[in-house]
Design a protein around this ligand. Structure first.
Ligand SMILES: O=P(O)(O)OC[C@H]1O[C@H](O[C@H]2O[C@H](CO)[C@@H](O)[C@H](O)[C@H]2O)[C@H](O)[C@@H](O)[C@@H]1O
Length: 273
């Protein structure tokens, strides 16, 4: 006799199990008192829900309260690690200011109150910047985000523009004008970048100095630009957690940014008692 077919939500079940594991690991690491950890957090897609445009994101007040409390609890060893410039992070999280590194590691501050330090950032050459503006004009709906040493072309509002943008950008980077520049893909975005920093280097820099030095690093990220940092965590005795799906190096993944926020909120409430 044939048995009835049972439809199992395999993908959903794995995601739920992974989310529970990510929550448990975060709780264990932030609750650990003998071996204190340092916490590194990607921003878009990890702390904040993805929005239609970079300016349309919402920063919940409870998130700022939780981050401030965890920053205190970790003796200052909590940093935002973002592709956004730090001045954009400061505007979003105002009045909260945290140790932060921006533009994929090109500039950073170790302590909340200090001025930014910069890697030898060179601005994107003017002719390249003009080509990128023209490319965006040729694809109405593509948004240009100019970060100084890089320019991001966002195609979230016109997904069909993604493939032609990618091939035009590869062509540009193959020309003499594009020598030494990098193409960084992200979530519905291509970024042309004039420096060589990445988030893995940025986190290593933090780990060399107090209050981060001597602590086990924990990094949470969601995107391809987070992969070098996620992948290096196990070798540093650290922990990597991803968001949305399991990325290389991550021990578990949160279902989404809301789940990360809820886990940080619970951890902050526990530790502030
Ligand atoms: O490293 P992150 O903090 O994750 O920053 C990565 C990029 O995030 C922003 O773009 C992304 O989020 C936008 C808002 O949700 C969304 O509209 C866009 O499609 C995403 O690519 C930011 O604008 C970039 O500068 C960051 O590099």
């Amino acid at each position: 006799m044939s048995r009835p077919m049972v439809q199992r939500p395999v993908g959903a079940a794995i995601a739920l199990r992974d989310d529970a594991l990510a929550n448990a690991l975060l709780e264990e690491w932030l609750g650990e008192r003998r071996q204190p950890c340092s916490l590194f957090l990607d921003v878009d897609g990890t702390l904040l829900d993805i929005a239609e445009s970079p300016d349309a994101v919402h920063v919940p007040r409870e998130l700022c309260v939780a981050l401030e409390s965890l920053h205190r609890r970790l003796d200052g060893a909590l940093a935002l690690v973002s592709g956004r410039p730090v001045d954009s992070l400061d505007r979003l999280f105002a009045p909260l200011r945290l140790p932060s590194c921006g533009s994929h590691g090109a500039h950073w501050r170790v302590h909340a109150g200090e001025p930014l330090r910069h890697e030898a950032e060179r601005p994107l050459p003017a002719p390249v910047r003009q080509r990128l503006q023209a490319l965006a004009r040729a694809h109405p709906g593509v948004l240009v985000e100019d970060k100084g040493s890089s320019v991001a072309l966002h195609y979230r509002q016109v997904p069909d523009a993604g493939p032609p943008l990618a091939s035009a950008l590869r062509e540009l980077l193959g020309e003499p004008a594009g020598a030494g520049l990098r193409l960084l893909p992200g979530k519905m975005v291509y970024e042309v970048i004039a420096h060589s920093s990445d988030k893995a280097q940025a986190i290593r820099r933090y780990l060399d100095a107090p209050p981060f030095a001597g602590r086990r690093p924990l990094f949470i990220g969601d995107d391809v630009t987070d992969e070098p940092a996620l992948a290096m965590m196990p070798a540093l005795g650290g922990l990597a957690l991803s968001v949305g799906h399991l990325l290389p190096g991550a021990s578990a993944s949160f279902a989404d940014a809301a789940s990360v926020r809820a886990a940080l909120d619970r951890a902050a409430r526990r530790t502030s008692r």
